[in-house]
Design a protein around this ligand. Structure first.
Ligand SMILES: [Zn+2]
Ligand SMILES: [Zn+2]
Length: 328
């Protein structure tokens, strides 16, 4: 019997196609994404630092830089302009594309991926995330900071060299606003944070939990949008990612690396996106919102029913996906 499942945090329904369900291992045959841009003319490789916009942050040792942050050479938004909205003669509304768009170059090694890096290297990446997030969240011109990673062509990356991106926007994205509203409703009805409640529910159910440390938990989603969709949450309540301590950030780097290693082994280096969802920068210490990371493997594509209805059909049962990843 196919199952319709409800996602409490997004209020989206998902169809778990149990009858058409694939075993998680059916996704293991997919070959790793092939690099189509070589190190030979890569702007992120050591020795070509002059090819990137100016450096904003870097960690160096005797061997050279380990992590570098620069402005994006082709930014989606730029830091100068008029922050006011305007309407044209027909009533259409717009504003200048003010914002900041940075690239976090994760390693000097063109072929490196987080799943196979040293833990020390992954720590540096996550500490760079923290630093840049803190800095951009402080800037009064911006309302939201979105940190994300695209891994592989199927996840939208245009450069093979391992990197993440961070974008500060002068508006709050609608998706985030929706999530905040849903969490606010839950808080009004129950007096609890929805995400703290979800963590308790997942810990009690056990069957979707993949990894847990003192401060973090990783589980596949009960009602996912993508096969193997996984959420990573701090077990301590906080609404803004930029309040994370250095110690907590290292623990996050540890659990992310462990999880990405499992994903890499279990489904053979799949394309994926992950993103940090944090409350708008001027809305601090919210009781009803809880920052989180969502990871979406990009191993299937949307078809007509999904585009037309917004209801995904997921062909891997989330409990089977969790068991498979846990054992990888
Ligand atoms: Zn490179
Ligand atoms: Zn919470």
């Amino acid at each position: 019997m196919p199952e319709l499942r409800f996602n409490l945090a997004t209020r989206d329904w998902t169809i778990i196609a149990t009858e058409r369900a694939k075993r998680p291992e059916d996704f293991a045959g997919k070959p790793a994404a092939v690099s189509s841009d070589s190190a030979a003319n890569c702007p992120f490789c050591p020795g070509r630092e002059s090819k990137t916009p100016p450096e904003i942050y870097a960690v160096r040792d005797a061997g050279g830089w380990k992590v570098r942050v620069t402005e994006n050479a082709f930014p989606a938004l730029r830091p100068t302009g008029d922050p006011r909205r305007s309407k044209d003669a027909f009533g259409f509304e717009k504003m200048d594309g003010i914002g900041k768009h940075e690239v976090i170059i994760e390693s000097p090694d063109h072929e490196a991926i987080i799943a196979t890096m040293t833990q020390a290297q992954v720590d540096e990446i996550y500490l760079a995330y923290r630093q840049r997030f803190i800095e951009l969240a402080r800037d009064p011109r911006f309302e939201s900071v979105i940190l994300f990673k695209n891994h592989g062509r199927g996840a939208g990356t245009s450069l093979h060299h391992p990197h993440s991106q961070i974008v500060a926007t002068p508006i709050t994205p609608r998706t985030l606003r929706d999530r905040l509203g849903i969490a606010q409703d839950h808080f009004d009805e129950t007096g609890n944070c929805l995400y703290c409640d979800l963590i308790k529910m997942e810990q009690a159910a056990k069957e979707r939990v993949i990894l847990e440390t003192d401060n973090f938990i990783v589980f596949t989603l009960y009602a996912p949008r993508f096969p193997f969709e996984t959420w990573i949450l701090p077990k301590f309540h906080h609404s803004n990612f930029d309040t994370i301590s250095v110690e907590q950030c290292r623990e996050l780097a540890l659990i992310m690396k462990k999880f990405l290693e499992k994903l890499y082994k279990a489904i053979k280096n799949p394309d994926f996106n992950y993103a940090i969802y944090s409350a708008p920068t001027k809305e601090r210490d919210l009781e009803h919102f809880h920052w989180n990371i969502k990871l979406f493997p990009r191993i299937t594509s949307m078809a007509g029913f999904e585009v037309g209805s917004g209801i995904p059909i997921v062909t891997v049962v989330p409990e089977a996906a969790a068991a498979y990843l846990k054992n990888a």
